[in-house]
Design a protein around this ligand. Structure first.
Ligand SMILES: Nc1ncnc2c1ncn2[C@@H]1O[C@H](COP(=O)(O)OP(=O)(O)OP(=O)(O)O)[C@@H](O)[C@H]1O
Ligand SMILES: [Mg+2]
Length: 243
């Protein structure tokens, strides 16, 4: 079953076409990576799916229902959660509090929200930091906190926008393990990622976009051998192996 179906998605910002007639589907339980050069339109795709922007043209279906143009909070309720490329925790609040805010989407009970938040902090390897102020965390821990906040809303589909950016190689390995674990718990994961080592290790399937249009789609092995992808993306500043 396709949990997400994007058909003919186009998004204009004034005279700029950020996403151009994009078709993309994600099967339930899949990890799909969306890759492409800076400014290709990746985050705009996420913003259209998550309800930040209404598409200019096209349709987005989540669990079979049309969701294009719906508001983010409605979509969270329906089971769609996302992280932001620029992380924004409630800095003056504790790590535990930040995650409990997500959990309150599904419960009014502080006890239930706390238990849920504690469970998720353990999955994200953040339990030892539960009483720290979010604003004092390292980049790697803030990235994990973003995922924890999203997971606390109990999503069926989790959108992760560059959660590996700025991490050290060992932190990237840890994050790969965490995201695989999240999928193994039954979530479907849609990631935007520049670090090719992570894309290769994580994804079942990869979609490559350039100037808002799809230029390739397939297994990580197949897309990294694709001439167009090498020309548009991998052969340039990133290098095939990433970091
Ligand atoms: N709110 C906006 N208003 C105007 N232009 C925008 C807006 N959001 C994005 N854009 C433009 O749309 C294009 C696609 O941007 P987007 O952020 O989706 O790219 P991206 O693939 O996520 O890039 P990166 O890898 O750098 O994060 C860019 O040219 C960007 O400047
Ligand atoms: Mg982006």
């Amino acid at each position: 079953m396709n949990i997400l179906e994007i058909s003919n998605l186009t998004k204009h910002f004034g005279g700029l076409t950020a996403v151009n007639d994009l078709d993309l589907t994600i099967k339930k339980g899949e990890i799909l990576a969306l890759i492409g050069p800076n400014g290709a339109g990746k985050s705009t795709v996420f913003n259209c799916v998550a309800g930040v922007y209404a598409p200019s043209v096209g349709e987005i279906r989540f669990k079979g229902e049309v969701i294009s143009g719906q508001k983010p909070w409605n979509l969270s309720r329906r089971g769609l959660a996302r992280t932001f490329q620029i992380v924004k925790p409630f800095g003056p609040k504790t790590v535990l509090y930040n995650v409990m805010v997500g959990a309150f989407l599904r419960t009014n009970s502080t006890k239930v929200a706390r238990e849920k938040a504690e469970e998720i902090l353990t999955i994200l390897h953040l339990e030892h930091l539960r009483d720290r102020l979010a604003g004092n965390l390292t980049i790697a821990d803030r990235k994990r906190l973003e995922i924890a906040k999203a997971m606390a809303t109990d999503p069926e589909l989790l959108l992760l926008d560059e959660v590996m950016a700025g991490l050290r190689p060992t932190e990237i390995d840890e994050m790969i393990g965490i995201i695989r674990g999240v999928r193994d718990r039954g979530m479907t994961v849609f990631v935007i990622e520049h670090i090719m080592r992570a894309v290769m290790a994580l994804s079942d399937r990869v979609v490559v976009i350039q100037f808002g249009s799809k230029i390739a789609e397939g297994t990580p092995e197949a897309v990294t051998k694709d001439e167009n992808v090498i020309k548009a993306y991998l052969g340039g500043e990133y290098g095939v192996s990433g970091n």
